[in-house]
Design a protein. Structure first.
Length: 645
């Protein structure tokens, strides 16, 4: 039996002989490469923390001690060590293993996470709670990696915690993408002796002895402290952290598992806020290091099932998928070629938003602010105030992090900033922390902002150009990926603020569809036509301002109106329609139903699976329409009923 197969729990890992640990790390890394290559996921970041994670589990007991991972996309080794290796074929799948820390999945997962910059704060809260309760027999460890170390939220936490005496160990996982690497034998030696309790106690005794010298004692003590500090600053890069009040150690080789284990054993006894700086290699051991060094989610490469015959004849080619991200990149390049005032801003996602395809020709006007959404939004406000045309390309879930800046720096100023909200709707494998299901609700409460969503990728081009022509804030939401079939028939008219487009006539009912579910509504209407039901489909285009003239016509001409959106029902497009209905002088005859994502957390899994569960796919929409029309057939026409269920 291999070393890897013998480890099914942290206790098994602790039982390994020292000379077996390196072999286990190699086999764990090989397992991750095989598994994640098949399922897809964040491979590079996990390959970089194998030795660090193994050392942590050999030193700490994370059923008692607490481990908090920033972002937590580097959680895979932790999951394998804590007994979840057998579930890796289900990674990021519906009802399968989460790709992030998940409190409901294991007692070893202390804190559910997915966004960056929050680990130090959350860990500090856990450590402070222990201190206030008088618990001193466990430690709290936070790992901060990638660009999260430069996040404003991280520095807020470092600044606050460093002023106290809370026992907290923060490990800065430097994969050489943000903080510069430093080497030196003296640095290793000094860091080693400074971890020893005897040295820390001896340092205090030295100052006490110097302080006892008559007249010059206090001065000698201060001088000794200043000399030590100046010397440390000269040879170690941790001056910033020490100034913030942290005891700093590093940089250390994060792939030397024996050194990591020895160092962590020593640091476990050090009191107060401690920061350990380790240097790792993102994508270590991966066949394609170039790809895995980037913050990217590998696409699954599932093999053909065993025994299934391989195709001998050429298959009919599949139509290429037209992606929203590709359309966004082409449009941005075109408008930036034409208008030097257009500036693109992203928050550490140039590849995900496809701005990396625009940057080579417009490097000065494609700005990556890192994981600093607040800064990015406020920067856009300043640019707009100076006459530029900023486009903030950002995932829907991450725009939440700049909410106050949207309000004060953009909306209050009435500035023409365009928010291009990628990954809107159900995102799939990234799961609950990344769902783009709340942007309509958190934006449409703002006065005089324009909210729109394209029904297909070509419409995104027209909406972006329209947004850039406005003299006010605007936001365009669109999902990841695209469609392999042709653009929607009839969906090619110019975009006008607050005006939708009727794509299909029908006298029995109407789907008021918003965004990417217009396509599902059209398919549902086609299915309904097969049973003699004529359903109209209206591409709403705008959630603010609504096309109230069209909505009012439908309310008078149809007995059933169903709003459809891939967004939380609470506060979404359908809610806006109901709010409009409440302002009408007389209730309409139509029954209104609001279809969207119900009031619940949406976890990881295929987006298509979740649409089916929520009845938001074509079959579900058609079935709901049939049920509602059947109920209406037995109800007097003068008995309207408005509900969101």
């Amino acid at each position: 039996m291999s070393v890897f197969d013998r480890v099914r729990s942290p206790q098994d890992l602790k039982a390994l002989a020292p000379d077996e640990v390196a072999a286990y790390c190699a086999e764990l890394r090989a397992f991750l490469i095989r598994s994640v290559t098949a399922t897809g996921g964040h491979l590079g970041s996990n390959l970089g923390v194998v030795e660090l994670t193994v050392a942590l589990h050999r030193v700490f007991d994370f059923k008692t001690d607490r481990l908090v991972l920033d972002t937590s996309h580097q959680v895979y080794p932790h999951k394998v060590i804590t007994g979840r290796g057998d579930r890796f074929p289900t990674l990021r799948r519906t009802d399968g293993l989460s790709g992030f820390m998940h409190r409901g999945e294991s007692p070893y997962d202390t804190f559910t996470s997915g966004h960056a910059g929050t680990a130090v704060s959350a860990a500090a809260g856990l450590a402070l709670a222990d201190k206030l309760r008088g618990i001193d027999d466990r430690r709290v460890v936070a790992i901060v990696g990638d660009a999260a170390a430069a996040s404003g939220a991280t520095f807020e936490a470092l600044n606050d915690v460093g002023q106290g005496d809370t026992n907290l160990l923060v490990i800065l996982n430097d994969n050489q993408w943000s903080i510069a690497r430093t080497v030196g034998a003296m640095r290793k030696y000094l860091n080693r002796i400074r971890t020893l309790p005897a040295y820390r106690e001896g340092k205090g005794e030295l100052h006490e002895a110097l302080g006892s010298v008559p007249f010059f004692g206090d001065r000698l003590s201060r001088w000794a402290g200043n000399v030590k500090e100046a010397f440390a600053n000269a040879i170690s890069p941790g001056h910033l952290f020490r100034e913030l009040g942290w005891t700093y150690f590093g940089p250390e080789n994060g792939h030397d598992v024996h050194r990591m284990e020895q160092l962590l054993l020593d640091l476990k006894r050090v009191k107060g806020p401690v920061l350990l700086h380790v240097v790792t290699e993102k994508g270590r051991g991966a066949p394609d290091k170039g790809h895995e060094a980037a913050h990217a989610v590998s696409e699954p490469k599932l093999p053909r099932p065993a025994g299934e015959p391989q195709p001998l004849l050429a298959v009919e080619p599949v139509a290429p998928v037209v992606k929203y991200q590709d359309v966004f990149a082409r449009t941005m390049k075109a408008v930036m070629d034409h208008d030097p005032r257009v500036v693109a801003i992203t928050a550490a996602m140039p590849s995900g938003t496809s701005l990396d395809k625009v940057a080579p020709e417009h490097a000065e006007r494609v700005i990556d602010v890192g994981i600093c959404e607040q800064h990015g939004v406020a920067l856009a406000g300043g640019l707009a105030d100076a006459g530029m045309k900023p486009v903030v390309a950002i995932y829907s879930t991450f725009l939440q992090r700049g909410y106050d800046q949207i309000w004060q720096e953009v909306v209050v100023q009435g500035l023409p900033v365009v928010f291009a909200m990628d990954r809107a709707g159900i995102v799939g494998g990234d799961g609950v922390t990344h769902q783009g299901l709340y942007d309509i609700a958190y934006l449409r409460t703002f006065p005089d902002i324009v909210l729109m969503a394209p029904a297909d990728p070509p419409e995104l081009d027209r909406m972006l150009r329209h947004a850039l022509s406005l003299a006010k804030p605007s936001a365009v939401r669109y999902p990841r990926g695209g469609h392999a079939d042709a653009p929607l028939a009839g969906n090619d008219t110019p975009v006008r603020t607050g005006r939708g487009e009727l794509l299909r006539e029908g006298k029995d009912m109407v789907f008021l569809a918003y965004g990417n579910l217009v396509r599902e509504a059209l398919a549902a209407a086609e299915e309904l036509s097969e049973v003699g039901i004529e359903a109209a489909v209206f591409n709403a285009r705008f959630a603010r301002p609504l096309d109230t003239r069209a909505i009012d016509r439908f309310l008078e001409s149809h007995r059933l109106v169903m709003t459809v959106e891939e967004h939380a029902i609470a506060g979404g497009f359908g809610s806006a329609v109901l709010e409009h209905i409440a302002t009408l002088p007389t209730p309409p005859q139509a029954v209104v139903r609001v279809l969207g994502v119900p009031d619940q957390l949406v976890w990881h899994g295929e987006a298509s699976d979740w649409r089916e569960r929520f009845g938001l796919d074509a079959r579900g929409l058609a079935a709901r329409a049939r049920r509602e029309l059947t109920a209406l057939a037995s109800r007097p026409s003068e008995d309207p009923s408005h509900t969101t269920r």
